[in-house]
Ligand binder design. Structure first.
Ligand code: GLN
Length: 560
């Protein structure tokens, strides 16, 4: 962009209900602007009082998305990274907890001596300075998209809404744009889409001094022009700026739908940016492949939070990416580890072509996970274990191959005969829980000839972590003597990062979280090769079936 151009800010608020996909909408717009040649930054502003989501239960908040720099952030940052294909930083997630933490620390230091510290101006100034920090920060982006968490009308989000009103005033209205995402529900009894909730939601925004310039209307089906006109009229938005965000079969189609309706053009015009059209050829082709898979394979996921898919968001997306690159749709079969304990692994996994055990915390369900891993190892079912999944794989191997019947993890029991998983040395004495795990990107060296080295096609990698426990080095020799391969270690060789079971189609367990770095255009090598192994298993069974029926035919022919 032109030198010296003021940074543009696009704010995305949400109304009517939460969980409408504001994160995906923000990421989609960011993607379209990036494809038009702009440098784009994106920020999630979360109104809750936690400093970060790291201490929240996944049932409350969904997945905690860890960045390279070790910050624990909102899962929307995962969408941002996946759509923009770039790594973000701590500053890309602002929370009320961080804002208050800074202000109270300053107040105690005496920085505000003599003043009453208040929401306006102190809290709003701090919010704006963080947003501008990104806007004026390193690499000076052309556009910063700022998503406000929650729904307008929430008490908690008021300071953010006030700060974005002030941004319009201070940055100039041609440098700021307000987008509002709402729901247009279909009322079956009346056979109609209803615009009233959108009208109320926009009225709420206007009461706070903000007139949105475009509306993104979530709906279950396309909206007619007359509905769009009506919404526009009541909300003072031109009809062409009433963009329909209807349900689509894959989130990766959202930017294409927005582009069809010229949302990116509208934003560029409002902000005075004269740019060419984005090249969406590669993305469109990938979306077509997602929608038209050549085969459907099944992968079992055995975890504790299977009721709440948001807890495994990045894993779900990593399978979409890996599936596309293997011409397969991956059907995820969610199995509660507690059900496995009751019903046995075969009952739930016999028609799966692979098994994944994700990360997790706490002992509940662990025995069920160990049981499924045994099933996968013994029945040669492709397997990927992640973090706690790797701990369980090591325990299973120690118990059933090394015959250490009481092998377990120090995370769950302190008085253990065989703590094959133990606390990392630098975690000893840690008492505060927030932000104190081993977090973020660390390097790892891969063993030549291992499945992991083949997948990455490299001998040194960097992956993101979030854990306190690790494989106990005192058991390394026993495990390797019984055949476990230590396929990845930290460069100082103190920490085992990857274990593999050879003599198996594909059995890899990792201490880190590969799902956090998978992108649609660049699937994670381990997910890609895991899905490839599952596709091979699918093909093997298919061949077996056709051979079986051919044999049956032969037998019939002979007997007739
Ligand atoms: N609870 C385990 C640990 O803290 C694993 C963590 C995880 O799976 N993210 O080491």
């Amino acid at each position: 962009m032109s030198q010296g151009m003021a940074t543009k800010y696009v704010f995305v608020t949400g109304g009517v209900v939460s969980a409408l996909g504001k994160g995906i909408s923000s990421a989609s717009l960011a993607f379209l602007l990036q494809k038009r040649g702009l440098t784009v930054q994106i920020v999630k502003s979360d109104p809750y009082l936690n400093v970060d989501p790291g201490t929240m239960n996944p049932f409350q908040h969904g997945e905690v998305f860890v960045l390279d720099d070790g910050s624990e952030t909102d899962l929307d940052l995962g969408h941002y990274e996946r759509f923009l294909n770039k790594s973000l930083q701590k500053q890309n997630n602002v929370t009320t907890g961080q804002i208050y933490n800074t202000i109270i620390t300053r107040e105690r230091r005496g920085d505000y001596l003599g003043a009453t510290v208040q929401v306006i101006p102190h809290v709003t100034e701090e919010i704006k300075s963080r947003w501008r920090g990104i806007g004026r920060g390193e690499n000076h982006p052309d556009v910063v998209i700022i998503e406000i968490g929650g729904t307008v009308g929430d008490i908690e989000s008021l300071p953010f809404i006030e700060a974005l009103r002030q941004m319009g005033l201070e940055e100039g209205m041609d440098n700021v744009m307000y987008l509002h995402l709402t729901l247009v529900p279909y009322i079956a009894a009346a056979g109609e889409f209803k615009t009233k909730p959108t009208q109320h939601s926009v009225r709420e925004l206007r009461q706070n001094g903000i007139q949105p310039q475009a509306l993104l209307c979530r709906s279950t089906a396309p909206l007619s022009d007359s509905i769009r006109q009506k919404i526009g009229l009541f909300c003072s938005v031109p009809t062409k700026a009433v963009v329909v965000a209807e349900d689509v079969s894959t989130i990766y189609e959202v930017p294409l739908k927005y582009h069809e309706q010229e949302l990116d053009q509208l934003v560029c015009e409002h902000l005075g940016l004269d740019l060419g059209q984005p090249d969406l050829t590669e993305w469109t082709a990938l979306v077509e492949r997602i929608k038209n898979p050549q085969r459907r394979i099944k992968i079992g996921i055995c975890g504790k939070y299977v009721m709440l898919k948001d807890a495994y968001k990045s894993i779900i997306e990593a399978f979409v990416h890996a599936g596309v690159h293997n011409d397969a749709e991956v059907d995820l079969v969610w199995v509660s580890s507690e059900d496995i304990k009751k019903g046995g692994a075969h009952k739930f996994l016999h028609d799966c072509h692979g098994l994944l055990i994700p990360g997790g915390f706490g002992e509940r369900g662990v025995e069920g996970k160990i049981e499924t891993i045994r099933y996968a190892r013994e029945n040669k079912l492709p397997f990927l274990g992640i973090c706690l999944g790797m701990h369980c794989a090591v325990i299973e191997f120690a118990r059933n191959v090394c015959k250490l019947a009481d092998a377990h993890s120090f995370e769950f029991y302190r008085d253990l005969k065989h703590p094959v998983i133990h606390l990392m040395a630098d975690q000893e004495g840690v008492t505060e829980l927030g932000g104190t795990m081993r977090l973020g990107a660390y390097p790892c060296l891969l063993k030549k000839g291992s499945r992991s080295a083949a997948a990455y096609d490299s001998e040194e990698i960097s992956e993101r972590h979030r854990h306190r426990y690790e494989l106990n080095n005192a058991y390394r020799d026993m495990l390797t003597e019984h055949g476990l391969v230590l396929a990845g270690t930290s460069p100082d060789d103190r920490l085992v990062e990857i274990v593999e079971v050879p003599d198996h189609p594909w059995f890899v367990s990792v201490q880190f979280h590969p799902e956090l770095k998978s992108r649609l255009t660049n699937p994670h090598p381990l997910f890609r090769d895991f899905v490839k192994a599952a596709v091979n298993e699918y093909d093997r069974r298919l061949n077996q079936q056709t051979e079986g029926s051919r044999t049956d035919g032969d037998v019939r022919e002979v007997s007739s």
